[in-house]
Design a protein around this ligand. Sequence first.
Ligand code: COA
Length: 288
Amino acid sequence: MGEVMSTEQAQAEADTVAVTVRESIAWVKFNRPEKRNSMSPGLNRQMMRVLDELEYRADVGVLVLTGEGLAWSAGMDLKEYFRETEAQGLAAVRRAQREAYGWWRRLRWYQKPTIAMVNGWCFGGAYGPLFACDLAFAAEEAQFGLSEINWGILPGGGASKVVRELLNFRRAMYHALTGESIDGRTAAQWGLVNEALPLEKLEARVTSVAKTLLKKNPVALKAAKDAIRRVGEMTYDNAEDYLVRAQEAANFFDNEGRKEGIHQFIDEKSFKPGLGAYDKSRRQTDQV
Ligand code: COA
C-alpha cells in the first residue's frame, strides 16, 4: 500500500543517504546532519534501496557506514518515526518498524563485509545498524548511549539485545538503566567497537582495514562473517556441523580459491597464509 510521492518528496527521501564508491569501497552516509542523522521512515526506506543497489555490484568489495556532520546517528527520529507514525495508528507503526528493522537485518547478513565508522553521536536505535556492521571503529570523541530510558522507554529495536551480545551483563545493565553516555575510548574497552582513534585518523584507519579485506577471497569472507554470527547461538557440536556444511556450500561458489591458496603456499612458496592473503587476482572465479 504505497503512497504516491511528489518528485520533491522522492528527492528529499533520496537525499537522506549519501553514497560514494571509491577504489571498491562504498562509503554510505547517514545524511540528515541537521537532525543529527536520526532515522526517519524516509531514511530507512532509502537505506534499503541503497543496500539493494550496492550489494552485488562488482565494483564494491566493502561497505562503510558513516555519518555526515556531528553524528553517526542519534537513533530513531522521535518526531517522524515515533510521534507521527503513532498518530497514524498501528499499521503505520508496524510498517515503520519493518522498514527500520528490515535494512538492519539486510546489513547483518550483507554479501560484502561491512564497517561502521562512528564519527560522532550514536544513540539508541543506532545500535541496530552498529551491530549489523561486521566491524566498528569509532572516533575517541564519539558518544554512545542507550538514551531511551532518559525519555521514558526501554531500549527497543534490538538495542537491548545488542548490548547483551557485545557487553558483559553488568555493563549492559548499567548502560540501559542509567542512560549515561560513554565515549569512543570506553566503547572500545567495553567491546562495543573494535577500536577508537582520534577523529582525524579514523578514515585512514578504516580505509586501511577495508583494503585488507579487499585482498581476501570474497566467498570466504561472506562464509566467515556469517559463521561468526551464527555460531554464537549454537552448541559446539551444532557449530562444528554447521561449519562443515558452510564450507561445502562455499565450495559450490568457489571451488578453486582454497586450491589456489594451497598451491601458492606449498608449490610456489609465493606467500605464507600466516602472514597475509594469497594473490587472488591470478584466478577468474572469485566473483559472486
Ligand atoms: N529524533 C528527532 N530529532 C532529533 C533527534 C532524534 N533522535 N536527534 C536530534 N534531533 C534534532 C533536534 O530535534 C534538532 O532539531 P531542530 O534543529 O529542528 O530543533 C536537531 O536534530 C539538532 O539537535 P540538537 O539536540 O540541537 O543537537 P545537539 O548537537 O545539541 O545534540 C544530541 C545532539 C544527539 C545529544 C541530541 O540531539 C539528542 O539527545 N538527540 C536524541 C538522542 C536520542 O535519544 N536518541 C535515541 C532515539 S531511539
